[in-house]
Design a protein around this ligand. Structure first.
Ligand SMILES: Nc1ncnc2c1ncn2[C@@H]1O[C@H](COP(=O)(O)OP(=O)(O)OP(=O)(O)O)[C@@H](O)[C@H]1O
Ligand SMILES: [Mg+2]
Length: 341
């Protein structure tokens, strides 16, 4: 894929926090692309590095953290090399983030209209009148009733679901090329979660926006994503088309996530749980970071970190991918065989 088709291209990104206890490599050499109008589900357990990936893209990593290596190209421009002034100009315009807590976006002491109009006016030379019209349209687009009245409200006058809709409206208002949605529905009740999920999906599709949907829930990613990337201990251990990841996972960690999905299981009390714990980022094992929890791990897995391999459909980091063990549908002729991507 060339840059012109990718809204975002992340190459070998490494982001670390330099703590007293040592260097915690929260994002450990990830490669990820997001096409225009494409929805990528970024999935992984707590602490796997999803939010740090999002913050790295947005240029929001603060001390003691820093991007150590790699590039993040937005429409071909490397954000890692960009000045803080340039990043501020891109944020809220070409690049936006929807946070789990909408109050990360909203200012409690400003009216909704002021905040929305400001987001337009700092990036675009339009009249205040035009900015107000756009703000109202943006609220209507996210399904806020009586938008003209809501514009005059303060955030505390709205429900949690409504606040998140406003935060989404602000994220979308300048038609960004890339949106990162970081678990924006987890704090909301189930019906509203689903509404917001499909709303953001449709808005992103309609505007050809690349969307990264961050979630710990593979089921949610399966609902909306075209592609799924699975993170484990700072690495993307598997990525590919959503249906392929769900139907024929290569990585045993992804298999475990699928087995622990409640769908189709009659006995929820006995839901599968991947045994063991995620490794400490300060003390990663020298081989595959999943090996201590992996039923298939052999000596090689404990000794050597698997390279990222590409079998033409899915990229994965595993010495013994599932489809090769279980006689999956991919023939060996389709294997690119151990080529780091
Ligand atoms: N400011 C910080 N200082 C030190 N370590 C940090 C800091 N921020 C994040 N980390 C570490 O980076 C790792 C990845 O964190 P991150 O927040 O990206 O996880 P996550 O996948 O988003 O998890 P969750 O599902 O809980 O949101 C964690 O181990 C965390 O402790
Ligand atoms: Mg997070």
């Amino acid at each position: 894929m060339t840059n012109s088709l990718n809204a975002l291209k992340i190459s070998n990104l490494r982001t670390s926090f330099f703590t007293r206890a040592g260097e915690a490599c929260a994002v450990n050499g990830i490669n990820l692309t997001v096409g225009k109008g494409e929805i990528v589900g970024l999935v992984g357990e707590s602490g796997s590095g999803k939010t740090v990936t999002g913050f790295s893209i947005m240029g929001l990593i603060d001390e003691p953290g820093r991007i150590v290596e790699g590039s993040i190209e937005l429409n071909g421009e490397d954000l890692v090399k960009a000045s803080s002034k340039r990043l501020a100009a891109l944020r809220g315009d070409r690049l936006a983030m929807i946070f789990q807590d909408p109050m990360m976006t909203l200012n409690p002491v400003m009216r909704i209209d002021e905040q929305m109009m400001e987001t337009i006016l700092i990036h675009h030379k339009v009249s205040k009148k035009e900015a107000r019209i756009r703000s109202q349209k943006a609220l209507e687009a996210v399904g806020i009733p009586s938008a003209a009245d809501r514009l005059k409200a303060y955030p505390h006058e709205l429900s949690g679901g409504m606040r998140q809709r406003v935060a989404i409206a602000i994220a979308l208002i300048n038609n960004p090329d890339v949106i990162i949605a970081d678990e924006p529905t987890t704090a909301l009740d189930v019906t509203i979660q689903a509404q917001i999920l499909y709303l953001v999906r449709d808005l992103a599709r309609n505007h050809d926006t690349g969307l990264i949907w961050v979630t710990h829930d593979l089921g949610v990613a399966a609902e909306i994503a075209n592609r799924i990337a699975v993170m484990y201990a700072g690495r993307i251990v598997e990525q590919g088309p959503a249906n392929e990841i769900l139907d024929r996972p290569r990585h045993p960690y992804t298999e475990g996530l699928i087995r622990s999905l409640p769908e189709g299981q009659d006995d929820l009390a006995r839901l599968y749980q991947i045994p063991g714990m995620t490794p400490s980022l300060l003390n990663l094992p020298k081989g595959c970071p999943f090996a201590p929890r992996c039923e298939r791990a052999a000596e090689l897995c404990h000794e050597t970190l698997p390279d990222e391999r590409n079998d033409g459909v899915v990229r994965y980091r595993c010495h013994y991918p599932s489809h090769l063990n279980s006689g999956g549908t991919l023939g060996s002729d389709q294997m690119a065989g151990g080529q780091p991507v």
